[in-house]
Ligand binder design. Sequence first.
Ligand code: DAH
Length: 339
Amino acid sequence: MLAKIEQLLQEVENITASNADELEALRIKYLSKKGAINALMADFRNVPAEQKKEVGMKLNELKNRAQERIAELKDAFDSKDTGAAELDLTRTAYPIELGTRHPLNIVRNEIIDIFGRMGFTIADGPEVEDDWHVFSSMNFAEDHPARDMQDTFFIESHPDIILRTHTSSVQSRVMEVSQPPIRVICPGRVYRNEAISYRAHCFFHQVEGLYIDKNVSFTDLKQVLLQFAQEMFGPETKIRLRPSYFPFTEPSAEMDISCDICGGKGCAFCKYTGWVEILGCGMVDPAVLEANGIDSKVYTGYAFGMGVERITNLKYKVKDLRMFSENDTRFLKEFESAN
Ligand code: DAH
């Protein structure tokens, strides 16, 4: 009997199992009612009285060891085996729904493409800006009422730090680190302290354009903008420039395109004028060139700035500006085919 117990002890020390089924088989073999250890227990009553103590202790040791070993093997699997046996490698993958590009990004990319083909590269600047880049360097005098044209978000503890109200600040960022020829467009987000409604939001997107070189003229500006309008809205599109005022350009203009809903005949969308406004532009004011380290006697330039929401509205007839930032997938999905 003792020899048999010793042999089983040896066996139990060496058991291994590579999956849960094998382990269960071992448990049945050694520890179940009909298992090897119980069989020995049953035989125990035949052990001579003087050996009972020794055999009994050995038998208990065997039972404990068997239980421990099985528990050890089970632990080893629970921690390392995360159910490999249940992994179904033939199962198809989860369906991954593809998102759609945001309409504002579709339009911004198209603007970038059009100007890219005309040789403009992209420039970038911070959204949290200082007064200098947003206003002073762009020829807004300290107490000039033009600053009221744009409702600025200020940071109370740092009056000099603001959220940029226009991407014109990037003009200054570019000029201060480079010399002409400069030909950039600057897409980006801007912020204004406006009550949110269907036609105004506290943040929106603009694309700024800047071209500075020798002999840049208003004619160049007009031609580039006509080219842009026709690529964006179709080859029949006409443009017109109305005199306007911006502190950073002189002369300044606002550009309208012929209404692409009525083809210029007049409709409710264009308020029966046949024209809709899409951007501001002008010749860079010499004071702006000088403030940003560019010799205004040698160089001239033009600049323009447009709202991406405005152009998206014209192209896709989105009635409510707030739709752009609500992330309603039913709205976003409508642009699937434009992606
Ligand atoms: N910064 C102007 C705005 O936010 C837009 C603009 C007008 C930009 C004329 C220009 C420009 O570069 O020449 O309303």
